[in-house]
Design a protein around this ligand. Structure first.
Ligand SMILES: [Ca+2]
Ligand SMILES: [Ca+2]
Length: 429
């Protein structure tokens, strides 16, 4: 229709419009015929769908979710038809119900949901000799009849231990017994039974020792650490106690915060002394001293107290050489030291504040006893020092005198005495 012939003219506009109308009619006729067929097809499909048995649309067919039992667990995650899940209980529990369940074709689990029940360890009557059994999770405990002990009340109790258990409270009762003299302190252990094996542990401070595995014996820390390389457990004395130990200090000391050392009590600072008003309290290691300075009585001179610890000579009469040769002053000092203090060491220094002469001389006054422990050295032009040259075993009180002489062209201008009293404690602390 659309072809053109060589030598022929092109079809006119009217001819083309007529042809197009014919094609439109033809297409409309086809369309209505197909539409009817489609409608019929859909109807047939609907009929088929309604008459056919209904099938689940999801091809992944599963049973409902299952929970693990309390005190147990579930093995297997699949909930599909034909799959099984298994159940286990925690140690100490036994399974009641189905050990495994199958997801059936009806999408219902087979069997019964299991539970985990606490196993009664008392069922076998493990407590002997009249003991009462208490069932616990995965273990049991026995309350023994009088005279019996041990995890299953299998051991007769030694008589000294009966005296502990007879009193009301276990911990308080332990102090009834003096340490070391009443034999070892014992306690029942805590035992657990796992797969037929008994495992016992002790409270802190106790240990299982010897043949009886069901008896916890107190650890004697004092004995154990007596010659410890890490030093003494206690600075002074160690007292073994049930489940522990205690450090004691001598009178005049208090136990330090760490419980092992000893600290001197300052009786002078804490008013725990009986010194009178005209006395001075000197704190010492382990005690205190009440001192009162009395000025010396020396021929040809008289002294007056210028401070609680100092005496000075009254002015001498003119041309009284005997008086002017006597010491110008006496000063008093008190030192508190521990026993066996290491030596040599400087204990005290004496200095001239405003020397008027050309020479200062320092010397130690006292007998052989004092020279055994002390010496006096010059440390600079104006200062002399009292040295401890040998350790002093306390308790002891040593008095040393340091004399400072001032000279001008070898002529004595003045003498000054410093009296040092050293209180040495009984202990090396
Ligand atoms: Ca102990
Ligand atoms: Ca003291």
């Amino acid at each position: 229709m659309f072809s053109s012939t060589i030598g022929q003219d092109c079809p006119s506009r009217r001819e083309i419009q007529g042809t197009l109308k014919q094609v439109q009619k033809l297409l409309a006729a086809h369309e209505s015929s197909y539409g009817q067929s489609l409608k019929n097809l859909k109807k047939k499909i609907n009929l088929l769908q309604n008459s056919a048995p209904k099938l689940p649309r999801d091809t992944n067919i599963t049973c409902p979710k299952l929970d693990a039992p309390l005190y147990g667990r579930k093995l297997g995650k699949s909930q599909s038809v034909g799959h099984e899940v298994h159940f286990l209980c925690d140690p100490g529990y036994e399974l009641v119900g189905s050990e495994s369940r199958l997801c059936q074709e009806s999408l219902v689990w087979g069997g019964q949901q299991p539970t985990c029940r606490n196993i009664n360890e008392c069922a076998s009557s493990p407590c002997l000799n009249g003991g009462t059994c208490t069932d616990e999770v995965n273990q049991f405990s026995c309350v023994c009849a009088k005279g019996w002990a041990g995890v299953t009340c299998q051991s007769p109790v030694p008589t000294f231990f009966l005296s502990i258990t007879n009193t009301s409270a276990g911990a308080a009762a332990a102090t009834v017994l003096p340490a070391a003299t009443s034999g070892p302190f014992v306690r029942p252990p805590r035992c657990t039974m796992t797969q037929g094996t008994t495992h016992c542990t002790c409270e802190p401070g106790y240990t299982i020792s010897g043949r009886d595995p069901y008896t916890c014996t107190d650890i004697d820390e004092c004995e154990l650490f007596h010659n410890g390389q890490s030093g003494r457990l206690c600075l002074h004395t160690c007292v073994n106690t049930p489940g522990g130990y205690r450090c004691n200090c001598p009178a005049g000391y208090e136990v330090t915060r760490d419980g092992r050392g000893c600290k001197d009590i300052d009786e002078c600072a804490t008013r725990q002394n009986n010194c009178t008003r005209d006395q001075t309290c000197i704190n010492t290691n382990g005690g205190y001293q009440c001192v009162r300075v009395e000025c010396p009585k020396i021929p040809n001179a008289s002294y007056v107290k210028t401070s609680p610890m100092r005496c000075e000579r009254n002015p001498c009469p003119l041309d009284n050489k005997a008086c002017s040769q006597t010491p110008n002053s006496f000063s008093y000092h008190y030192l508190s030291v521990v026993s066996n203090l290491s030596a040599p060491r400087v204990m005290f220094r004496v200095s001239a504040l405003r020397p008027i002469g050309d020479t200062l001389r320092f010397s130690l006054v006292g007998g052989r006893h004092i020279r055994r422990y002390f010496t006096v050295q010059r440390s600079d032009r104006l200062t002399g020092q009292l040295m401890l040259v040998s350790p002093v075993q306390g308790p002891a009180t040593l008095e040393a005198e340091v004399e400072m002489t001032e000279l001008e062209r070898k002529e004595q201008l003045g003498r000054y005495i410093t009296k040092v009293t050293m209180f040495v404690s009984q202990y090396d602390f």
